[in-house]
Design a protein around this ligand. Structure first.
Ligand SMILES: Cc1cc2nc3c(=O)[nH]c(=O)nc-3n(C[C@H](O)[C@H](O)[C@H](O)COP(=O)(O)O)c2cc1C
Length: 455
């Protein structure tokens, strides 16, 4: 998401006193409970695989929104290499293990997860389906996995917490006015959110040129091209945008302090509420003192930074390049995960994300040292295809693929998954998706990753 904040006005966090918040009424999130949702909004769509969900999302969503989700920064080298690196890891399975059933249950940070998965924070979730964030959160609760709400959500953490029983984490970008950030984490704690995920890979606003080409950015500046795009997707216009406008009003960044909540069509975050792009370890140390819950740093790619995170008292890190959306030509998490996990895995929980399309990708990341894996686009496309039911179906699909991979490689439980079953010494792999991506000579000149994004 965009913010035109300057970076020269660093406000150090206040007194460093821990939050003093009421525990009363806090929900026990240790074991994600069942789903208390209303009936799923749509019939469970057929989730053959990631690509079928992506295809449905591509047809349903305005092209600007679809590409906002699908694509990466600048030349999309990070995006493409995330897949190449994952594809280049292969299994050397063991056979005849006589395994009759498998369990994906895993314990981390005080939670019991039914699958080694976490719904990644994605700012656009509320735009892919009416109340898309709620659908994803409920689907996560039903599947027994945590849902990480993006700070930039269009639904508030209060509404989320009231509407689902599952484990909700909050992702945070620190605002320039740190006092406003403290207010937000106070709100989070008071509604029972116990895990804060601070995104640390946003030292500049990334260059995503397709957003400019599509006239889709936040704020969404009304333009002829943008309106035409929306008009060509009447289902989305009526079922998502107009429905939202008629029920809740214009979509806003609902987690922002009331005085800064403006329509995503009119407000560019700036001034006190712009992101603090000059965040430092000192600020993380201050946040650590203030936040009584579990602290996760998202966007670590270097072993020294991982050590720093452990020293500053983080409970977990996410080895991530933001799904290829921020720094282009960044290393892929797969490439650095083993050395990071070997170094700090004994002291803190190591999570990973970026590029996961299959359950086998999840198993690879677990084998390379992650305790669980965050999934962004795959679950978003589920929600875009069928709201809560679509998200459920996407989570179930990845869970099923994890199970098959475990069976075929020879693991009974996720705790057994080990690196010795992996081989990585192959020439760079190819994949249909790469071929589609590479089909334009210069990737940024291509119209869309797989052709026409319109209905
Ligand atoms: C549309 C979209 C919006 C995102 N918004 C955020 C965000 O607000 N904060 C954040 O830390 N990460 C954000 N991410 C990154 C995800 O949390 C995650 O790191 C990434 O999607 C993982 O890669 P994958 O999509 O290939 O699974 C976003 C990703 C997408 C696709």
């Amino acid at each position: 998401m965009s913010s035109n904040v300057a970076t020269d006005d660093l406000t150090i966090l206040g007194s460093g006193q821990p939050l003093d918040l009421p525990n009363e009424g806090r929900k026990n999130l240790a074991t994600p409970g069942g789903d208390q949702s209303e009936k799923a909004e749509a019939k469970l769509p057929h989730a053959l695989n990631y690509y079928s969900l992506r295809d449905t999302a591509r047809r349903r969503l305005p092209r600007g929104l679809f590409e906002y989700i699908d694509r990466g920064a600048e030349d999309e080298t990070s995006l493409v290499n995330n897949r190449r690196s994952l594809d280049n890891v292969r299994f050397q399975p063991r056979v005849l293990a006589g395994i009759t059933s498998r369990s994906q249950q895993t314990e981390l940070l005080g939670y019991t997860l039914k699958h080694p998965l976490i719904v990644a924070p994605t700012a656009a979730a509320g735009l892919v389906w009416h109340k898309g964030e709620l659908g994803l959160a409920r689907a996560a609760a039903a599947a027994g996995i945590p849902f990480c709400a993006a700070m930039e959500s269009i639904i508030s953490i209060e509404e989320l917490a009231a509407a689902t029983n599952g484990a909700i984490w909050l992702q945070l970008y620190v605002w320039r006015d740190h006092a406003l950030t403290h207010e937000l984490i106070g709100r989070a704690w008071s509604v029972g959110i116990e895990t804060l995920v601070v995104t640390v890979d946003m030292a500049a606003i990334p260059k995503r040129e397709y957003n400019s080409n599509n006239a889709f950015d936040v704020p969404i500046i009304p333009s002829l091209k943008g309106c035409w795009d929306i008009v060509r997707h009447p289902k989305w216009l009526f079922c998502v945008l107009l429905r939202h406008m008629l029920t809740e009003g214009m979509p806003i960044h609902a987690n922002y302090p009331t005085r800064f909540r403006r329509s995503i069509f009119t407000s560019r975050s700036s001034g006190r509420i712009g992101f603090d792009l000059s965040l430092s370890w000192r600020d993380i140390g201050e946040l650590r003192k203030r936040w009584p819950g579990r602290l996760v740093l998202k966007g670590i790619l270097d072993v020294e930074d991982a050590r720093r995170a452990a020293e500053v008292g983080a409970d977990a890190i996410v080895v991530s390049n933001h799904g290829g959306r921020n720094l282009d030509s960044a290393v892929s998490p797969v490439d650095v995960l083993p050395e990071i996990a070997d170094d700090v895995g004994g002291r803190m929980v190591v999570l990973a994300d970026s590029g996961v399309r299959r359950g086998s990708d999840v198993v690879k990341l677990l084998a390379l040292g992650a305790r669980a894996v965050l999934v962004g686009r795959a679950f978003l496309y589920g929600a875009a295809s069928g709201g809560e039911a679509g998200a459920q179906s996407a989570i179930a699909m990845i869970g099923d693929e994890i199970d098959r991979t475990m069976a075929l490689v020879g693991f009974r439980g996720v705790g057994e998954i080990k690196r010795s079953v992996l081989r990585t010494d192959f020439p760079l792999g190819r994949h249909a998706y790469h071929d589609a991506l590479a089909s334009g000579e210069e990737t940024n000149k291509r119209e869309s990753p797989s052709g026409d994004a319109n209905d």
